[in-house]
Design a protein around this ligand. Structure first.
Ligand SMILES: Cc1cc2nc3c(=O)[nH]c(=O)nc-3n(C[C@H](O)[C@H](O)[C@H](O)COP(=O)(O)O)c2cc1C
Length: 368
């Protein structure tokens, strides 16, 4: 690399998802950064999501032959090239002009499923048209007017989306102090469906305030029976609710505290996983998200029994720094780290990961 090659210099300095996070903070305006980076209230869950993965240590095996590795997993009965899914995140236009189209391209290029948010900046049809090869799921916020919800689902079916991810942990918006202070205003084609467009530009909280706080398990059952797409319930943290999801026709759940943005001090998904898996076993696919920042986190999630992992903010950091190419690079870094983790853990096939590969981190022994 010559000293005057800024592209190469940038590439060299952006080695990790943490590097992208720091770089994004320098290019995003304060309102966008506050919305993306913030959590609820004192942000204890936000921070614990990252720490929770570090409370687990890996028990690596050696001399098993890891020259050929296979990151393939099965999700909703279908083989996927690897366990990464891009989490649904609203208003990606705040990160970069390419918005969800950039994320769709990055997802398709890396074989990652993209969860398209209800409140995308760009219309769902435009996202699908631009990256036809990608696999997409629709994240659903359900409104009191079920007609709007049914329209969104019918369009998703037509666009070839493969699952509905119904968000269950936002009956009301969490106490978003950081977001309230920085005050982003947003655009979304879905906003036109739920609110009077002649009013002043809405904040994310204004639009989320249209979500139906009275959504119930019977609605999950109705979506599962009425539409041809498998239903995944996002935002489950207890064994009781995991069982109810299975009983009401869900094919999957995302164990998640919404990236620490909803109920502060809610437990991290990592700490909820064991109980959830004990209660539902193989009755539905258990996915997990929150704080995944390293390939070893992905490995630990699968070792605990999750089938796949949703990655949130890091994709936005990549998008902010470099549009589609930046988001793609973030996913590639994570995939490369995961590949090395499989080799170094002595478990070359992702599908063979199990509890024997993780243990409570000994460096925490004795701490309360
Ligand atoms: C800026 C932002 C917007 C989000 N918007 C949504 C959304 O519209 N629907 C939803 O179900 N979850 C949403 N989430 C939560 C993510 O889907 C995911 O659960 C969380 O970000 C995972 O944690 P991580 O960011 O630490 O990876 C959002 C998260 C962020 C950071």
């Amino acid at each position: 690399m010559s000293d005057d090659d800024p592209a190469a210099a940038t590439a060299l300095s952006l080695l990790t998802l943490g590097d992208y996070e720091r770089a994004a903070a320098t290019v995003l305006d304060p309102a966008a950064l506050g919305y993306f980076a913030g959590g609820a209230a004192d942000e204890l869950s936000l921070h614990d999501n990252v720490l929770a993965w570090r409370r687990l240590a890996i028990r690596p095996r050696v001399l098993v032959g890891v020259g050929r590795r296979d990151p393939e997993v099965t999700v909703l009965g279908r083989a996927r090239p690897h366990p990464l899914i891009v989490a649904p995140m609203a208003y990606q236009g705040l990160a970069h002009a390419e918005a969800e189209i950039g994320t769709a391209r990055a997802s398709a290029a890396t074989g990652s499923i993209m969860c398209v948010p209800t409140f995308a900046t760009v219309a769902h049809a435009a996202i699908a048209a631009d990256a036809p090869a990608g696999t997409r799921w629709l994240q659903l916020y359900v409104f009191p007017d079920r007609g709007i919800t049914r329209e969104l689902i019918a369009e998703a079916v037509e666009l070839g989306f493969e699952a509905l991810v119904v968000t269950a942990d936002l009956p009301v918006v969490g106490v978003r102090d950081r977001e309230t202070r920085t005050e982003a205003t947003v655009q979304s084609s879905t906003a036109e469906l739920v609110r009077d467009e002649s009013a002043a530009a809405p904040t994310p909280a204004d639009l989320a305030g249209n979500v139906d706080p009275d959504l119930r398990w019977s609605d999950i059952e109705a979506f599962a029976t009425e539409f041809p797409l498998p239903v995944i319930v996002k935002g489950v943290l207890t064994p009781e609710d995991a069982l109810l999801a299975a009983e009401h026709g869900a094919r999957g759940i995302v164990v998640s505290n919404h990236g620490g943005r909803q109920l502060d001090t809610a437990l991290s998904a990592v700490d909820a996983l064991d109980g959830v898996l004990d209660s539902v076993g193989d009755r539905l696919d258990v996915l997990v998200d929150g704080g995944v920042r390293r390939g070893t986190d992905v490995l630990k999630a699968l070792a605990l029994g999750a089938r796949a992992v949703l990655v949130g903010r890091p994709v936005l950091w990549g998008l902010a720094v470099g549009g589609a190419a930046g988001a793609q690079r973030v996913l590639e870094i994570l995939l490369d780290e995961f590949d090395r983790a499989l080799a170094l853990t002595g478990c070359p096939r992702a599908a063979d990961l199990n509890r024997s590969f993780v243990t409570a981190a000994p460096w925490l022994a004795g701490r309360s």
